[in-house]
Design a binder for this molecule. Sequence first.
Ligand SMILES: C[S@@+](CC[C@H](N)C(=O)[O-])C[C@H]1O[C@@H](n2cnc3c(N)ncnc32)[C@H](O)[C@@H]1O
Length: 230
Amino acid sequence: MKDIEYEFWIDYIHKIGKKHSASFDTVLDLCCGTGNSIIPMKKYARELSGIDLSLEMLRQAKNKGLERIVNGDVRALPFKKGFTLVYSIFDSLNYLIEEDDLLRVFKEVKRVLIDGGFFIFDMNSIEGVKYIARQKEIVEEDDEIYSVWRYKLSGDVITLYLSVFPKNEKDGDRVDEVHRERGYSIEKVKELLLKAGFRPVVEYECFTNRLARKGSKRVLYVAENRKEKF
Ligand SMILES: C[S@@+](CC[C@H](N)C(=O)[O-])C[C@H]1O[C@@H](n2cnc3c(N)ncnc32)[C@H](O)[C@@H]1O
C-alpha cells in the first residue's frame, strides 16, 4: 500500500461527498485495514470510527487517531444507528464474494446510518478484476522487501497469491497471503443497494466527476439513506 495516495483518495471522497451534501460529522471507515485513510480523513471528520476483520491490520491502525476501533465483521456491524457517513475504500467490499453477503453489508450500513446519511464506497467492476488479472505475475522491489504478485481469474473472482520476502533477516521470514475478490457489475451493485433500501444511488468513474459507464474498472458509489416521502 506504500505507493497509494490516500490523501488524494480521501480528498476525492470529501469532494464527492460535499457535492451530495453529505455530512462528515460522525464517520465510519468500513474495512479500515491498517488505517491508512485515518489521518487524511481526520481533516474532515469530527468523530471517526473504524472496523476491520483482521486483528493484525488493526494493530497497525492503533494510535492513528480513531475515536473507536473495532475488530469485527461488516456483515454484522456492532454499532447502533448514528453515523452521518459510512465510507469504504480500496475495493474492500469486493472481498465479499457472495452476493447475499454484500446485500447483508448494505443492509447493515443502512441500519447504522442516520436518516439522510450517506454511504460512499468504491468497488472493482467485472471489467476491473479482468483487467487486473491480465497482469498475471508482477515482481516488485523496494528498500525492505521483494514481493511477487500472481493473479488467477475464475469467472468474476480474482485470486491474488502474494509472497513477500524481507531483504533483511531481522525482518523475519517470507510471508504468503491469498486475497480473493469478486468483481460486481454496476447493475448488480445498484440492484443490491436499492434492495437494501438506499436511494438515490449515483455511480462515478472513480477519481473523476464523470458518471461511470459500462466498462468502468473502478466505480465510486454514492448511496443516500433518504426517508421516502409519501
Ligand atoms: C484491500 S484492504 C483495504 C484496507 C483499507 N480500506 C485501505 O484502503 O488501506 C481490504 C480490507 O478489508 C477487510 N475485510 C475483508 N472482509 C471483511 C469483512 N467481512 N469484515 C471486515 N473487514 C473485512 C480486510 O481485513 C482488509 O483490511
